[in-house]
Ligand binder design. Structure first.
Ligand code: BGC
Length: 608
């Protein structure tokens, strides 16, 4: 999956109208008669209106599932666009392929030589350029000429490993990340632009034909073999490495989600014949709008956008808009005269002056006096701020980012819910991977955490962050001497876990840390002679605490068996489990005193 730099969710400056009038009026009305409490009352109201308690998240998830169903059937609900991608990569693919990616802040062009199962990616080369802002409102020909030129430049680079065999036509996968009504795998009509693009003469046209014409103008002899949305590309790309991927999400400048659907569950594709019986559906969930906790700031931003009334979910959760919502809140607060002094900083009137990467940078400021927040506010908005103003700004950022991340999580659960309802047991209770791409998710830790928390809260299986999922004690050869699971897993799944964890810890270079990501969690492990103690916990849990916990367990074993060795564990496994139960119950640490546990074990011994 590609990594998009933080800058990739920088908002483009032009096609937004200034929202100045409404707030300017408010300033002149209020300028002198403000009470000190006004800023905090705006903040309080904002927090109330943006709150995402469990019932709100549940309603959003339920409405998302319902809108997906409606969209699959007919013209209302979500767009639910059939991608015509019916088979996913197997890893056996071989040959030279080109890929184009247009849809956010950057345009990327790539070529890759695939060498099949064993060799995988043999060689690759890519170029990336940021889309010039004027191109976003240029003509269709200008935009596609720009793309074809990028492609021509890359194709002209000489590289033995990446040259086409003579007489072979270059095959292109075209990732075009806008709502497209697909008519086949290699054609699709642009429905509308999103994310600030307003290129004229493209809506209603087949974008593959537009690209072909531009390639012809460049003298390029290539053909588009697949037209895909970026969410679809993410799903297919992730599947290349992991077969359990069922859903893909984009959280960057814009947002979208796609998943694998059964053909017979898509009424609007009635009669379509498919060999696999499945197809990836691009939900275009950015168009979702039900049950969302919205505020006057969202409405003002929407009204001033180039697509009012559209893409409401996208405008609430994606990178292009979070900074802008914060700007509007700060403008209203500044109008009270309390936040930044008597006059409103002029730059604060400029739409998109604060980007989502700016919110992210401010939220990473750990200095005591919030110096970083102060400098950023000054650089961006020429605002001089007091410590208390900086704290308020951070609270506004956090409120908007929390709402965005939490709602994104609710959307994900909505999709999983729909899939589970249609195919009992296929999603929940089994390993299901959601592939996520996009600069917002990758670069904004707070957003990511809010999103994950909301998924956990809704799915409810992971009751607490401190829950240990399992403990394994394995020798170097891979024999599991103790296995305790605190989450329900099927036997086949347990074997898989044991095999994977063993491979992970035994092969890891000792110069690395004892913490390693494992699927969606992490494993904390420690080696004692030939035995590996591994413990799986949440990704956000404190590693050192668990490392200590393993050591304590070993000390107790050592004390109990006086110089414990592997055979003690084999012959007295029931006692080992007993000790473990004194120590950890239901995935939670019960007792951290070695003395107390040893005394209790003594009592239990007496009972035997
Ligand atoms: C577009 C989607 C795209 C998403 C992420 C949205 O604005 O409508 O097609 O997948 O952005 O790039």
């Amino acid at each position: 999956m590609s990594v998009i730099a933080v800058g990739s969710f920088l908002p483009p400056p032009p096609p937004y109208r200034r929202i100045k009038p409404r707030f300017t009026t408010m300033v002149s009305l209020r300028s002198d008669a403000v009470s000190v409490a006004e800023t905090s009352s705006i903040l309080r109201k904002l927090k109330e209106e943006c709150a995402t308690p469990l019932p709100v998240l549940r309603q959003v998830a339920d409405a998302m599932s319902a809108d997906m169903r409606a969209g699959l059937a007919a013209a209302h609900g979500l767009p639910m666009i059939p991608s015509f991608v019916e088979d996913l990569p197997t890893g056996n693919e071989k040959g030279l392929f080109y890929a184009l990616d247009l849809g956010g802040t950057n345009f990327r062009v790539l070529r890759v030589q695939l060498g099949g199962k064993d060799e995988r990616v043999v060689a690759t080369d890519f170029d990336q350029v940021s889309i010039p802002p004027q191109l976003m409102s240029a003509t269709c020909e200008e935009l596609f000429d720009f793309i074809a030129l990028g492609l021509a430049k890359l194709a002209a680079k000489d590289d033995d490993r990446l040259n086409l065999s003579p007489g072979k036509k270059g095959e292109i996968g075209f990732t075009f990340s806008f709502p497209v009504r697909q008519t086949s795998i290699d054609s699709g009509i642009l429905v509308k632009w999103t994310k600030g693009f307003a290129v004229s003469g493209a809506a209603g046209r087949d974008v593959v034909a537009c690209l072909n014409e531009a390639m012809e103008r460049q003298g390029l002899d290539m053909r588009v073999s697949a037209l895909v949305n970026d969410a679809v590309a993410t799903l297919a790309g992730a599947e290349y490495w992991d077969n359990d991927v069922a859903v893909a999400i984009i959280l960057g400048t814009g947002t979208n989600a796609c998943y694998v659907e059964q053909i017979d569950a898509i009424p609007k594709l009635q009669g379509h014949v498919s060999s696999s019986g499945k197809m990836i559906i691009s939900t275009e969930w950015g168009a979702f709008s039900k049950r969302l906790p919205l505020t006057e700031f969202d409405r003002a931003m929407d009204a001033a956008s180039i697509n009012p009334g559209e893409q409401i979910f996208e405008k609430t959760i994606s990178g292009m808009y979070l900074g802008e919502i914060v700007r509007l809140v700060l403008l209203e607060m500044a109008a009270t005269g309390e936040l930044f002094g008597k006059s409103i900083p002029e730059n604060l009137y400029t739409p998109f002056i604060l980007g989502t990467p700016d919110l992210c940078a401010m939220q990473q400021d750990n200095s005591g006096d919030l110096q970083g927040v102060g400098s950023l506010l000054y650089d961006k908005a020429r605002v001089e701020s007091t410590f208390s103003a900086r704290k308020t700004v951070l609270e506004v950022c956090d409120t908007i980012v929390k709402r965005g991340g939490s709602l994104a999580g609710a959307g994900i659960v909505g999709i999983l819910q729909k899939m589970e309802e249609d195919s009992k047991g296929v999603i929940f209770g089994k390993r299901t991977v959601v592939a996520i791409d996009g600069g917002l998710y990758e670069n904004y830790p707070q957003y990511r955490t809010y999103m994950q928390d909301s998924v956990k809260e809704l799915i409810g299986s992971e009751k607490s962050n401190n829950l240990i999922r399992f403990i394994l004690l394995q020798n170097r050869q891979g024999k599991t001497r103790l296995a305790k699971y605190y989450v329900p897993l099927e036997d086949s799944e347990k074997h898989k876990v044991e095999y994977e964890v063993h491979r992970l810890v035994v092969n890891r270079d000792p110069k690395y840390t004892n913490f390693v990501e494992f699927r969606t969690h992490k494993v904390i492990y420690r080696r004692y002679a030939g035995l590996f103690f591994s413990l799986c916990v949440d990704i956000t849990d404190n590693e050192l605490a668990y490392l200590e916990c393993i050591h304590l367990f070993v000390e107790i074993l050592d004390h109990f068996f006086s110089n414990v060795c592997e055979l003690d564990l084999v012959f007295n496994f029931h006692k080992v489990y007993l000790i473990l139960d004194e120590f950890i119950l239901a995935g939670e640490l019960q007792e951290t005193s070695k003395k107390a546990i040893i005394e209790r074990m003594g009592e239990l011994e007496k009972l035997e």
